[in-house]
Design a protein around this ligand. Structure first.
Ligand SMILES: C[S@@+](CC[C@H](N)C(=O)[O-])C[C@H]1O[C@@H](n2cnc3c(N)ncnc32)[C@H](O)[C@@H]1O
Length: 304
């Protein structure tokens, strides 16, 4: 910490952090940082293209898409639009979107990367035309997004109810690990319910302790489950390991699925004690840091 900050008592610093002016300044900085890093349109295009290659995913042309936990900038929804989706429903448990930062995510991207990495999944010329249109818009709000077929639906808790309209493609990125353990089964069942037969889901799930991902990916596994409630699960991660995710997806009716990737952390120690609430199948299972899930909804009678 900055030595000058140390001279200010924590109670005073907490008051400053809570002040609306400070929050506005922090939020602005955070939104710009997202729009110029992880939510840059070329990076998000590459991320979707990577998963579509691994999944051998069908085209989104004319499809209705739904994102779970869209976050602040909605760049992945723009990617679905570039790929020809007829509609993209961006959902979130809280209304936190910041559409005015979208032009930064578009401007800071290298446009030929967007076109080229997406071209296996849609016509290059169509992507170019849609991208040029996006780049020509210097202001974004919910109305502008709606004119592109991108609708923001928040707040909505899809563990409590279905969206209530058929969708062909559902995706989430770094979201399912924030959903409390008790909500995962109803959430996944509701998603499959909204999915059309032949519709697909892709979920990128991040299994590390979110407090210090780089240096300490596993401490939360040791924490006493009695004190690791819904709040902790939402903020730091729900601690569900790969084997438990497998059981959750296996339990879904008429849904054929597979892991499209799984990565492990071998460079950091596991805690010596694992909390009894963490279901697992040993060290390999505990060390998985990321999984990608791809699935297709089948008509019940088609199920293998
Ligand atoms: C780490 S952010 C990821 C945002 C976005 N998907 C991205 O890739 O930038 C986690 C998102 O999950 C959402 N979220 C948290 N709990 C959720 C829940 N129970 N159901 C749905 N979304 C949730 C948050 O509101 C937030 O938008």
């Amino acid at each position: 910490m900055n030595p000058l900050k140390k001279l200010i008592p924590e109670t005073v610093r907490a008051k400053v952090r809570d002040h609306p002016l400070w929050r506005r300044r922090y939020n602005r900085r955070h939104a710009v940082e997202l729009a110029t890093t992880s939510k840059r349109l070329d990076l998000c295009s590459s991320q979707i293209a990577h998963m579509f290659h691994l999944a051998d995913h069908p085209s989104l042309e004319g499809k209705v898409c739904m994102e779970i936990g869209s976050g602040w900038i909605l760049s992945h929804a723009l990617v679905c639009h570039l790929l020809g989706a007829s509609k993209v429903l961006c959902t979130d448990v809280e209304a936190i979107v910041r559409p005015s930062y979208i032009p930064i995510a578009i401007r800071s991207a290298v446009h030929y990367i967007v076109r080229d990495v997406l071209s296996p999944f849609a016509e290059h010329a169509d992507i170019r035309a849609r991208l040029e249109h996006l780049a020509s818009l210097d202001h974004f709000d919910l109305e502008v997004l709606a004119s592109l077929g991108i609708e923001y639906v928040a707040p909505i808790d899809l563990a409590k109810r279905c969206l209530g309209q058929p969708v062909d493609f559902i995706y989430s990125l770094s979201v399912l690990e924030h959903v409390p353990v008790d909500d995962i089964a109803p959430l996944l069942a509701n998603l499959v319910q909204d999915l059309t037969v032949g519709g697909t889901m892709v979920h990128a799930i991040h299994l590390e302790d979110h407090r210090d991902i780089q240096n300490h990916p596993f401490p939360f596994l040791a924490e006493d489950g009695n004190h690791y409630g819904r709040g902790e699960q939402t903020v730091h991660g729900n601690r569900i390991r790969r084997s438990r995710w497998r059981r959750h997806f296996d339990a879904l009716e008429a849904f054929d699925w597979r892991f499209i990737y799984q990565f492990s952390r071998r460079d950091k120690p596991l805690p010596s004690h694992i909390d009894a609430a963490v279901e697992h199948q040993g060290e390999d299972d505990l060390r998985i840091s990321h999984i990608g899930v791809y699935g297709v909804k089948r008509a019940p009678e088609e199920r293998a």
